[in-house]
Each structure stands twice: as structure tokens, then as C-alpha cells.
Design a protein around this ligand. Structure first.
Ligand SMILES: [Zn+2]
Length: 420
């Protein structure tokens, strides 16, 4: 940026923090809940409306807009060398049913703001820079999530994803068809392309940065996770007349399993074990339950611990099934990973230049950057969120914290885009 550099202007100076904040609040209107949160499930009508607004903002800034067969949405600022692999930055705009205004959305809008701002720079960056909104990160409606980034990086086949159904029997194929049909004016590109580097900005979703008084978290890596689904099949029977020895009570068996699993994963203390979904059939007060279905979410930063405990889960379930039959399916296994030092240094150096207090921090939650890590050099920038609360309607981040994160992101993207 020769002309601007001469005047001592950095890319981060071009960020319009008021516009970014206005856009965050505007996007939160799509799927807004009465408690101040956001219910914007993947591939929903609310998401279609939010995508349209994003595309309008991008076109206003002169960016090219693209989507792909899984519905990822890209906003491209053309570089001086259009053939060079672009720098990519973004996150997701789908939410949990009782989600907040910032999870995912901050990363998409910070990237879009950076790209819109850099379009005003006195010269083009060498590489193109693209902001991206990945499809279905949360996996709340269509499970498991991370579909957009996994399809893009080729880690999961598109066909299998398209067959996934939500609780109402609507498939990804059919919901996605509505999304893409609503965007006839957006150019379609194939899945995946070479990427020079990927940077994702995100709220921390934990309390550490706030507690330590730091503006920026330079993410060192992402904690690994394994996800299972357990089906326990018994037999429906009269709750009053069926003798105890003849019962095949799926819920009692499932509860026994969950208790045994909780004992199994008690050590070490930082193992995260969650049964967040539990369904009963036929779910009637006077009927011995025929079937219980539940999820297991297991996380730990050490791959050895994750491997050992995860491998023991199926046996533990089978051993506690009693008279019921038990099926255990592992639906996702993502190892712990560390982001490359070069990218972490680029982020911390940008924070230093902006005189923002920063620290290295581990991500306890999964993000699209996990998938991109296997595709190109990747990194993440965290900003604090109030009381560490996320996946919650009261999720909150202050405007100045949003501004700090987006300014670091803009400088980092510019530097990466000028790299050979
Ligand atoms: Zn997120």
C-alpha cells in the first residue's frame, strides 16, 4: 500500500468499526429471538435472508460473489495476481436454536469488513482475498456439522451429506436446493480450490481472555473431539402389569450406561463428556420405553487420552445394556491439532503493532479452521466475550472488542496476501 504507507496508514486503519457493528446487529435480526438471541438454523429461510444481505453488502463494495455445491458463500477482492492462490477468512452464520449474535457471525462480518476496507486501499494486494461463510458449522439441524468446510476440503463426501435429514425428515439436499435457488444471480464454482492461508476470527466462547484482560487470543490449536450416537432397544410394555423380570426398559439401560460412562471418563479432570441429546420412544408416561437414543460428545486436547477413552466407549455401553440390544456408532472423530507457528507469529505481531494486549490460547471448541488446517496454513484470532458465555441468547461482546479483532484481522490478511 505504497501511497497509504507513506502516510503511515495501515490496512487496519481502513476498517469502519461503526459499519461492522451495525452489520452485526442487522444480521442478528434474521432469526432474532425474544430473549435477544438468534435462532438461525443451517439452510433455513432465516439464513437465506441473511445470505442475501451479505451478498448485497459485498456487491456494494465491488466484490465478486460465489457459492458452491454445498452452499458455501464467498466474497472476493481480486488481487494484482489473480492466478495466485487466495487468502481466505471467515466462519459461519448458522446458529444453535438458542444461539447468540456473535458466534460465527463475527468471523464472517469481520472478514467481509476487512475485504470491503482493503478494496479501498491505494493498491491491490498481490493475492486475492476472500471472505467466506461456511455452510452448517453448528450441526444443530443437520448433524454432524462442519459440512461446508469438510466438503470444501474433501474430508467428507458431498453425497453422504446431502442425504442427512433433520428431525422433520427434510434432507440437506432439499433444503440446500432452496438456498441455491434463491441465489440465481450468484456465480457457482466447484468445491475446493488451492488456498494460500486461512484465518478465522471468532469469539472465545470461554472466560480466559476477559479474566486476563487481553484483547486478542492467538489460538495455538484446537482440542480434539469424538462424537457417538447410541441406540438402546428394549420392548414397549404396560407400566403397571409387566413384571420386573420380563421388562426390557430402554431408558433404565441407557441411564446405567451413561452413569458407567461418566465413571469411565472421570480421569483426567479436563476430559469433557456430554450427553446433550436424549430421545425416548414411545415417550408415554405409562409405557415401558421401547427405545432410548442418546449422543456422546467427548473432548480432550491430548490425542492419547482421546483415543484411549473414546475406544473404550462402545464396550462400556454394551456391558451395561442388560436385556436390551445396544448399537454404538461413532459419527465424528477430530484429533487435536496445533496451528503453524508462522501464522501465529503473524497474528501476534499484528496485535503488537496495534498495541493490543494478547496471549496464546487453546480452542476448546471446534471451528471450521480445523478442517482448513488440513488444506492450507491456518490460524485463528479470538476476542473476549462477556463471562465466557456462548451458545446462549445472552452472548455478548463489546463494540471495542469487535473493533480490535477486526483490525488485527485486516492487517494479518493484508500481510498474508502480499506474501510470495
Ligand atoms: Zn462458531
Amino acid at each position: 500500500m505504497s501511497a497509504t504507507e507513506q502516510r503511515g496508514i495501515r490496512p487496519s486503519d481502513l476498517i469502519d468499526v461503526d459499519r461492522l457493528w451495525r452489520r452485526l446487529m442487522r444480521l442478528a435480526e434474521f432469526g432474532a429471538t425474544s430473549a435477544g438471541g438468534v435462532n438461525r438454523l443451517a439452510l433455513s429461510p432465516e439464513e437465506i435472508a441473511a445470505r442475501k444481505v451479505l451478498a448485497d453488502w459485498a456487491r456494494e463494495a465491488g466484490l465478486s460473489v460465489f457459492n458452491d455445491p454445498i452452499g458455501n458463500l464467498f466474497f472476493r477482492l481480486e488481487g494484482a495476481d489473480p492466478a495466485a492462490a487466495p487468502v481466505l477468512s471467515g466462519s459461519h452464520i448458522d446458529s444453535q436454536p438458542t444461539g447468540g449474535k456473535f458466534d460465527g457471525t463475527f468471523g464472517v462480518l469481520a472478514a467481509l469488513e476487512a475485504v470491503c476496507a482493503l478494496a479501498l486501499a491505494a493498491r491491490k494486494p498481490r493475492r486475492s482475498i476472500e471472505a467466506v461463510a461456511w455452510t452448517n458449522e453448528e450441526g444443530s439441524r443437520f448433524s454432524p456439522g462442519m459440512m461446508g468446510s469438510e466438503a470444501f476440503t474433501g474430508q467428507r463426501a458431498l453425497d453422504g451429506m446431502l442425504a442427512v435429514e433433520d428431525v422433520n425428515g427434510t434432507s440437506v439436499r432439499s433444503a440446500l436446493a432452496h438456498v441455491l435457488a434463491a441465489e440465481p444471480d450468484i456465480s457457482r464454482r466447484p468445491l475446493g480450490f488451492p488456498v494460500h492461508a486461512y484465518v478465522e476470527a471468532h469469539i472465545e466462547q470461554g472466560p480466559i481472555l476477559e479474566r486476563e484482560g487481553k484483547s486478542i487470543g492467538v489460538v495455538s490449536g484446537i482440542q480434539g473431539s469424538r462424537r457417538f450416537r447410541v441406540t438402546v432397544r428394549g420392548e414397549a410394555a404396560h407400566a403397571g402389569t409387566t413384571p420386573r423380570r420380563d421388562r426390557k426398559d430402554a431408558v433404565l439401560a441407557a441411564v446405567g450406561m451413561i452413569d458407567a460412562l461418566a465413571q469411565l471418563v472421570r480421569d483426567p479432570e479436563d476430559v469433557m463428556f456430554t450427553v446433550g441429546l436424549f430421545r425416548v420412544q414411545p415417550n408415554a408416561p405409562s409405557v415401558v420405553p421401547r427405545e432410548a437414543y442418546f449422543s456422546i460428545d467427548l473432548r480432550h486436547p491430548d490425542n492419547d487420552v482421546l483415543g484411549r477413552l473414546g475406544d473404550a466407549i462402545p464396550d462400556c455401553c454394551h456391558a451395561n445394556g442388560g436385556a436390551c440390544t445396544v448399537g454404538v456408532e461413532e459419527i465424528a472423530h477430530a484429533p487435536s491439532l496445533g496451528f503453524p507457528g508462522r501464522l501465529r507469529e503473524t497474528i501476534s505481531a499484528a496485535a503488537e503493532r496495534l498495541e493490543l494486549p494478547w496471549q496464546e490460547i487453546h480452542s476448546a471448541a471446534g471451528h471450521d479452521a480445523r478442517q482448513l488446517h488440513y488444506h492450507c496454513d491456518s490460524g485463528m484470532i479470538f476476542i473476549p466475550c462477556r463471562d465466557g458465555i456462548s451458545h446462549n441468547e445472552s452472548e455478548w461482546t463489546e463494540p471495542h472488542q469487535v473493533a480490535d479483532g477486526s483490525r488485527v484481522l485486516a492487517d494479518v490478511l493484508w500481510e498474508l496476501a502480499d506474501a510470495r
